[in-house]
Design a protein around this ligand. Structure first.
Ligand code: AMP
Ligand code: ZN
Length: 430
């Protein structure tokens, strides 16, 4: 199903023409309206007129996360403050958050993109969507909410946490779709198991939209089988509206990135050079329709690749592959580069492993992986536990080329964070 078939199936030629038109307009617009871009362009001796084709985008200076922090709160604003109607922020681990402003039309366009995503995966006005993302400064709550309302679904703004109430709402109102972080979905599956209930029988759930955190294909499968549903990967970031940037269609093979609203590039994070289509690197995004706060060539730090093959669904907007990590997520143990998601992928593929885990870094050569295992295994024989531990250690070692120290934990005993999961605890004093 299509929300906006004309634009979703627009020919590549027309789509690229539209991108170029919008890019040129955006460049002129920020140069005259945004104090940050006026200064940046001047310093870098860049002029909007230098971009005559989409290839010319490579001449536009990058925007970094730090630019948003340093120019907090209003530096990137391109309209008068009175034109803005909503503020979202996204925090890193330190310092000031990034402040993102929306005009009324920006909100409408964001909702429209969500509507495309939901309809693409089968949502209609008959659906009940329980939004289990935090309603607040984080975009996951409100941005999804507005889009789901636009489709006409009944939206339950449940937010995250208070799991007993979530279950009650799902049962009483026949929730068919949920929007959730992978870590919270895993947690809820655990709660069902502890209560001795089978979500496949208790709920009317058909699908989950899972995003906001990196997760592996193995985690998707685990959640699909625990709930008996389809799980769709949803990618977004506050700087680009929040959810609705890229989303899987019914084929669940990469996420269509809405190219009439964003230009994507994949670059080498070290040299900053564009990489050929299909090669993995850092995703860089440029907004094409934002009025309140356009952002150009934004260094997302998210690592992915463009899937070049056309999709069977008929949409012409290209797909990005599942995010494999963030360039700033990576840690080094004994000189080896490791992404937390490599660990997750291995763990979630092992039978007997439960749903939560924690990576602890103690020194340059010590990697501790704390793993919750299923109750059956935890209560099993000493030999069984030793065997499971050896299997986890062996498989992780084969993947990472570093021998980790494995600790097995009872299900439900490792800390769970509200909001985004914190999987890595770095106790190294480097
Ligand atoms: P925020 O701005 O707080 O919403 O955080 C955005 C970041 O969350 C992105 O830059 C990604 O690192 C991460 N993220 C969001 N959705 C996904 C996803 N589906 N898969 C992996 N990482 C994601
Ligand atoms: Zn598709």
């Amino acid at each position: 199903m299509f929300w906006d078939p004309k634009i979703e199936k627009l020919s590549r030629e027309k789509l690229e023409k539209l991108q170029l038109e919008r890019l040129k307009k955006t460049l002129q617009y920020v140069f005259s309206r945004s104090p940050f871009y006026k200064k940046r362009f001047t310093e870098k001796k860049f002029r909007p007129s230098m971009v005559k084709s989409l290839d010319g985008l490579a001449r536009v200076p990058f925007t970094y996360i730090d630019d948003l922090r340093k120019n907090y709160p209003y530096g990137l604003l391109a309209v008068d403050k009175s034109e803005t109607v909503r503020l979202h922020t996204s925090s890193g681990t330190t310092g000031k958050p990034k402040a993102i402003f929306f005009t009324r039309d920006d909100i409408g366009r964001g909702a429209d993109l969500i509507a495309r995503c939901l309809v693409m995966t089968g949502v209609t006005k008959k659906d009940v969507l329980q939004n289990m993302m935090s309603y607040g400064l984080f975009t996951g709550g409100l941005v999804m909410h507005y889009g789901a309302e636009k489709v006409g679904a009944l939206v339950i703004p449940a937010g995250i946490g208070n799991t007993d109430r979530q279950l009650m709402l799902m049962q009483d109102f026949g929730t068919t779709s949920i929007h959730i972080t992978p870590s919270y979905a895993l947690y809820i599956a655990d709660v069902f198991e502890k209560k001795g209930l089978d979500p496949r029988k208790e709920l009317k759930l058909k699908r989950a939209y899972m995003g906001a955190e990196p997760h592996s294909e193995e985690t998707r499968r685990k959640i699909e089988s625990a709930f008996g549903i389809d799980v769709y990967n949803s990618y977004g970031l506050s700087e680009m509206n929040g959810p609705g940037v890229a989303f899987e269609c019914q084929y669940k093979d990469g996420m269509h990135l809405w190219e009439d609203h964003f230009i994507m590039e994949i670059i080498d994070p070290v040299t900053g050079r564009q990489l050929p289509p299909g090669q993995e690197g850092e995703l860089v995004l440029t907004t094409l329709c934002r009025v309140g706060m356009p952002i150009l060539r934004y260094r997302t730090k998210d690592i992915t690749r463009i899937i070049t093959a056309p999709c069977r669904c008929g949409r012409t907007h290209r797909r990005i592959a599942r995010i494999t990590g963030r360039s700033d997520d990576m840690f080094i143990i004994k000189g080896v580069n490791i992404f937390p998601q490599q660990i997750e992928r291995v763990l979630m593929g092992i039978k007997g492993v439960a749903r939560n885990y924690l990576i602890q870094l103690e020194s340059y050569d010590e990697l501790i992986v704390k793993v919750e295992i299923q109750k059956r295994s935890f209560d099993g024989s000493v030999d069984h536990m030793a065997g499971l531990k050896a299997e986890i250690e062996g498989k992780l070692r084969a993947e990472l080329l570093v021998r980790p120290k494995i600790e097995l934990h009872e299900p439900g005993s490792l800390p769970v964070s509200e909001g985004k999961a914190k999987r890595v605890i770095d106790n190294r004093k480097l």
